[in-house]
Design a binder for this molecule. Structure first.
Ligand SMILES: Cc1cc2nc3c(=O)[nH]c(=O)nc-3n(C[C@H](O)[C@H](O)[C@H](O)COP(=O)(O)OP(=O)(O)OC[C@H]3O[C@@H](n4cnc5c(N)ncnc54)[C@H](O)[C@@H]3O)c2cc1C
Length: 387
């Protein structure tokens, strides 16, 4: 067992860090707040693409850099630590692109992959519906086959980034209503198609990155069916398990703890805080962040060896997402009443970002599979407990 990075992984991290330092110095980006939902810069994305850092771990024959999953994780971790603007191309690169590589036709690969690698083709994930979240196989949205297309009717909800994306990776019912997971297909749908209405849902922390999407007799060409008709469940669930290291949660926690530490030291200097209870809570958070980080790297380490992490991704997700909530709580306690002031208030500590992040962490244990569902996976597949 080797808990350290190889010399080439170290030097890659250094390369990423110096690129980000230089970009920040040149004013290419200001570190975003901790929720990262809105952060996007086409020119910065173009620079990542020029360096081959979009699709870093994609196979070379599909235009990727063919680098390792560990290097991919290093890149993600450093981008998140720096607060870089990466929100928009993320899902296309990390989830949809690999699904198209695995299940797409050569025409689909030619149509979508080059644009994703340039950061110009963006996707959102269309899975959840008002009555189908954890029990995704019960989804209702219909895609009726007609001649050379599918006609889509129904609703998706809580879709992150749909207001900015060009396409939606849509899981829809193409089989009989009672077919459950055997009657689902994946369609790659242009969000500018006639009949689509996108309505923003304003989150508790004031961002408009979640959306309801309504489909009213939307025509989708048959060439945009990904994989087999009624074979969408496997594609969607495989895609759901991709890039589930949860390193982005850990990196944000590291960033928050770093900023809280500066805030604490500033407070001590100004005679405001010097509390042993707070110090110990911060030390405890530091221990937990370290644990969480290695749980994430274990996922990438397994992927590098061609193993399929399953219980390991659930473990990293449960620990990482719940850690965001523990850290947000500790941070809010440390900042006291002033910590509740919003971004934009002159007296808000940490620019009001912690209060904003505190609210956003509520969703962390729900999105990408709830903590209850992750624990169920760990209990059944990890511990072998009966269903
Ligand atoms: C931050 C965030 C981002 C999201 N982004 C997207 C996105 O981009 N695209 C998309 O399609 N969806 C997205 N979602 C939706 C997300 O996938 C669902 O909210 C999630 O799967 C839970 O489904 P639900 O909300 O319907 O809750 P439900 O499934 O109704 O669950 C309600 C409660 O019951 C519990 N529960 C349900 N079933 C079981 C069970 N079998 N055993 C034990 N407990 C159970 C759950 O854990 C939860 O506590 C996002 C959600 C959030 C919060």
């Amino acid at each position: 067992m080797d808990f350290w990075f190889s010399p080439s992984e170290h030097s890659f991290r250094e390369e990423v860090r110096s690129f980000l330092d230089e970009e920040r110095r040149r004013g290419a980006f200001e570190p975003s707040n901790y929720t990262l939902m809105e952060a996007y810069s086409p020119s910065f994305t173009g620079k990542l693409a020029d360096r081959g850092w979009i699709g870093l771990a994609w196979p070379k024959e599909h235009g990727g850099a063919g680098r390792s999953h560990i290097e991919q994780l290093i890149l993600t971790e450093e981008l998140m630590l720096a607060g870089a603007p990466v929100a928009c191309h993320w899902l296309a690169e990390r989830q949809v692109g690999p699904a198209i590589i695995a299940s797409g036709t050569p025409e689909q690969q030619r149509a979508f992959l080059p644009g994703i690698l340039k950061g110009q083709v963006t996707f959102c994930m269309g899975l959840a519906e008002p009555g189908a979240g954890s029990d995704l196989a019960s989804l209702q949205i219909q895609a009726q086959e007609k001649a050379n297309s599918f006609m889509v009717d129904g609703q998706k909800t809580l879709i992150m980034g749909a207001d900015k994306a060009q396409y939606i990776f849509l899981l829809a019912r193409t089989g009989a209503t009672e077919s459950r997971h055997r009657g689902l297909s994946v369609l790659l749908v242009d969000l500018r198609s006639p009949g689509i209405t996108i309505r923003p849902l304003v989150s508790a922390y004031g961002e408009r990155s979640f959306n309801d999407i309504f489909f009213d007799n939307v025509e989708v060409p048959r060439r945009n069916l990904l994989g087999e008709k009624n074979g969408g469940w496997l594609i969607a669930t495989q895609q759901l398990s991709l890039d589930k290291s949860s390193i982005e949660l850990v990196a944000i926690c590291r960033r928050v703890l770093h900023d809280l530490t500066l805030e604490y030291i500033r407070g001590v200097r100004e005679g405001l805080v010097g509390d042993m209870v707070i110090r110990h809570a911060m030390a405890e958070m530091s221990v937990e962040i370290e644990v969480s980080r290695w749980l994430s790297y274990r996922v990438a380490w397994m992927q590098n060896r061609g193993l399929i992490p399953e219980v390991e991704t659930s473990t990293a997700k449960v620990f990482g997402s719940e850690l965001t909530q523990r850290l947000a709580n500790e941070g809010m306690k440390m900042l006291g009443l002033l910590g509740q002031l919003a971004d934009g208030s002159g007296t808000a500590p940490m620019k009001g970002w912690l209060a904003n992040w505190y609210l956003s962490t509520l969703g962390r244990t729900i999105g990408s599979g709830t903590s209850e569902i992750q624990r169920t996976i760990i209990a059944q597949r990890g511990l072998g407990l009966p269903r």
